[in-house]
Design a protein around this ligand. Structure first.
Ligand SMILES: Cc1ncc(COP(=O)(O)O)c(C=O)c1O
Length: 274
């Protein structure tokens, strides 16, 4: 890894893999955004060497400044990128719904695999989600949550700067729902994480993500979206959700469904009275 994302050595490239899994929008865990040049280089490499890429785009919806770069799947002209996304972060993890965009040549094999693996039970959630997207609520939800998460992230960064100055530089701060705070060289990030846990603060040690933790940089992975904000910040940040609910209500009224649901509720209340 370098500042432009995955950076395979010449040695790595002499033995082409069958499959590569990358997270170009926000490398996990470091948070690096893969540069356009590196994306093009990877695509050229897989084209020449006939291998596949899985592009895991797990939190690209949340960017707080820079404009998003084209996905590998969007840049791919040879049909070798399998694009994977999830609603786990944009909505909630318990929903357990994700999606895959596969190259045309793989569509049939994936349809067969899906038919073999798929267990019924999520149909209601899928139908609700489809309607949520079709009616435009998903898009407004993302816009509002981007503002809210951006404010929470900034709150955390401001608090860290206020308390520790430049001693805790943050990486990967421009996107996603986590960032990495680097600890000074030689400090034990696992120990810091376990002491934090004793105080009910869940952070992960960066070295825990390395194959050779002893040679890893020391740092902490911190979720930013659940950061508590001051009361004055909170009021301005809460309105987006209220607005989402209000818009959802308006959309239902416009579609004539709000009236129906009110009628159902009234008749339920009446039947209770009887
Ligand atoms: C690297 C990475 N990929 C994918 C996901 C999404 O996983 P799921 O949809 O199973 O929650 C996550 C969630 O945290 C992740 O960190």
């Amino acid at each position: 890894m370098d500042d432009e994302g995955i950076n395979p050595s010449a040695d790595d490239l002499t033995q082409p893999p069958k499959l590569m899994l990358v997270t170009p929008s926000h490398q996990y865990p470091l948070g690096t955004v893969m540069s356009l040049a590196r994306r093009r280089m990877l695509l050229e490499y897989v084209r020449q060497n006939q291998c596949w890429i899985i592009e895991d785009d797990y939190d690209s919806e949340f960017r707080y400044g820079s404009r998003p770069l084209a996905s590998l799947q969007g840049l791919d002209t040879s049909g070798q990128v399998i694009y994977v996304g999830s609603f786990g972060k944009t909505l909630f993890p318990g929903l357990r719904i994700g999606y895959i965009v596969v190259p045309e040549a793989l569509a049939e094999s994936f349809a067969t695999a899906s038919a073999e693996l798929y267990r019924e039970g999520q149909l209601l959630q899928q139908a609700m989600l489809a309607e949520f997207i079709a009616e435009g609520h998903f898009t407004s939800h993302i816009c509002k949550m981007r503002t809210l998460y951006g404010q929470r992230r900034q709150t955390l960064l401001d608090a860290a700067t206020q308390r520790y100055g430049d001693a805790l530089p943050a990486m990967g701060g421009d996107a996603g729902l986590h960032l990495v705070m680097k600890l000074s060289e030689g400090s034990e990030d696992r120990l810091v994480a376990s002491v934090a846990l004793e105080r009910n603060i869940v952070v992960r040690s960066l070295s825990g993500y390395y194959a050779e933790p002893a040679r890893a940089p020391s740092g902490l992975l911190i979720g930013t979206h659940a950061c508590r904000m001051k009361r004055s910040h909170r009021r301005s940040a809460r309105w987006p959700m209220r607005s989402v609910r209000r818009r959802a209500r308006c959309a239902r009224v416009a579609a004539g469904r709000r009236k129906d649901s009110m009628r159902v509720r009234t008749s339920v209340r009446r039947s209770r009275l009887r």
